[in-house]
Write a protein that binds this ligand. Structure first.
Ligand SMILES: [Zn+2]
Length: 402
């Protein structure tokens, strides 16, 4: 380990309690999707206190901190919205009163993924303090609405804020491993019509629930036929919700529809996924059933509605990418061990950055993926300094220092 990496590691450790304090400041302010206004202010203040070169809030409400103004552009991203606590009786403490116990920091958002945000800001401090950057404009984004529509915030940053980095580091929880991809996903709907009539003489009508049920059973049979990728695993589909319309409980329903959760492995696209569902409808005997990809059009806390189709493409950064190599070198030099290079099970903002816009992404973040959306969510405190040290070392390495 060279001296510089040793110094980065040591300083990151010294700042660990400070990083944990900032993480707890964020947890104390509930920040559900579309309701992030207050936590964004907490992050903005922290970035300003650390001495970022510029801190601003974009039209969708994400906070964008900048360090440096070099010709090359990279970004670190953390979404700072969280899901709701769910059934509070499953928690052994108040999800918004963070605490540290046995080396773990507890609270809603601890792993998913305000810890990543905390480590990013500390990395910014290290980069400034130790003079680790010269060639880069580095953006540190605390982004909104990821839990409801992953990638929307970055679709906005790229297309409206006109920021197009050469690389984005996603700081969602990786258990401190380096990740380079995940399956994509889609939300689809299948709709059929019927003919209502009095329930006492069902033969007069055309029952939409029977029709959608036959289609649902074909979707069940579609799932095992989907393709598998050696790195990302298998594509999947399931019926997640069912709805109907009809005049009364004593009537044949005149409409029914199901929503599908589709996970897309490498090689599966929106077109292929829609075609498979249409084929399932035909197999059920209803080739004219309507198959649609749903849209997201909820307002941000700023009031802006920035619609997006709920198609979140698959992405993989190749194993031999120079960014993966640089990340592995910086990791080993700072943390003193080789990283495991793997993938996420869940989906992240990289669906728009890498999946749609083809900007390479890599992932490394504090916390564990299995803590996401779970009661008693926590993040190991020592992950915070490991991640901030890695981010700073990665920037140093990209700048050719050490
Ligand atoms: Zn997340």
């Amino acid at each position: 380990m060279s001296d510089l990496y040793q110094q980065i590691s040591k300083r990151a450790k010294e700042l660990e309690q400070e990083t944990a304090r900032f993480l707890m400041d964020m947890i104390r302010v509930p920040s559900f999707s579309g309701k992030e206004k207050e936590v964004i202010q907490v992050i903005k203040k922290e970035m300003e206190a650390v001495g970022f070169d510029e801190v601003r809030i974009d039209g969708l409400g994400s906070v964008i901190g900048r360090i440096g103004s070099g010709p090359r552009v990279i970004a670190f991203d953390a979404h700072i919205d969280t899901v709701y606590p769910g059934d509070q009786s499953l928690w052994s403490f108040d999800p918004f009163s963070p605490k540290i116990e046995d080396g773990k920091l507890y609270g809603r958002g601890a792993s998913d993924q305000e810890a990543g945000m905390a480590s990013m800001v500390t990395a910014g401090k290290l980069i400034k303090e130790m003079g680790l950057n010269k060639d880069f404009t580095i953006y540190f984004t605390g982004t909104v609405m990821e839990e409801d529509c992953d990638g929307l915030c970055w679709k906005y940053i790229i297309n409206e804020e006109k920021i197009r980095p050469e690389l984005v580091v996603i700081t969602e929880p990786t258990s401190l491993n380096i990740y380079r991809g995940h399956r994509g996903r889609m939300e689809m709907q299948v709709k059929v019509g019927g003919l209502s009539c009095h329930g006492s003489a069902p033969e007069r009508g055309d029952n939409a629930i029977y029709k959608i049920s036959r289609i649902a059973l074909e979707i069940e049979k579609l799932h095992p036929r989907l393709m598998t990728d050696p790195f990302l695993g298998k594509g999947s589909v399931c019926v997640s919700q069912v709805f109907f319309t009809g005049p009364s409980q004593c009537a044949v329903p005149d409409g029914a529809w199901i929503n599908l959760d589709r996970r897309l492995t490498w090689g599966e696209t929106k077109e292929s996924a829609v075609a498979e569902v249409k084929d399932a409808c035909a197999r059920a005997g209803y080739p004219d059933a309507e198959v649609i990809v749903l849209n997201y059009a909820e307002p941000a806390y700023t009031g802006l509605v920035y619609p997006m189709e709920k198609y979140y493409p698959t992405w993989v950064t190749p194993e031999d990418s120079p960014y993966v190599k640089t990340a592995m070198d910086a990791y080993e030099a700072t943390l003193g061990r080789k990283p495991l290079v793997d993938k996420w099970t869940f989906s992240t903002n990289a669906v728009s950055i890498a999946g749609m816009e083809k900007i390479p992404c890599i992932g490394m973040g504090p916390g564990h993926e299995n803590q996401a959306h779970a009661p008693n969510e926590h993040c190991p405190v020592d992950h915070l300094s490991a991640a901030s040290g890695f981010y700073a070392a990665f920037v140093a390495r990209l700048n050719g220092k050490a």
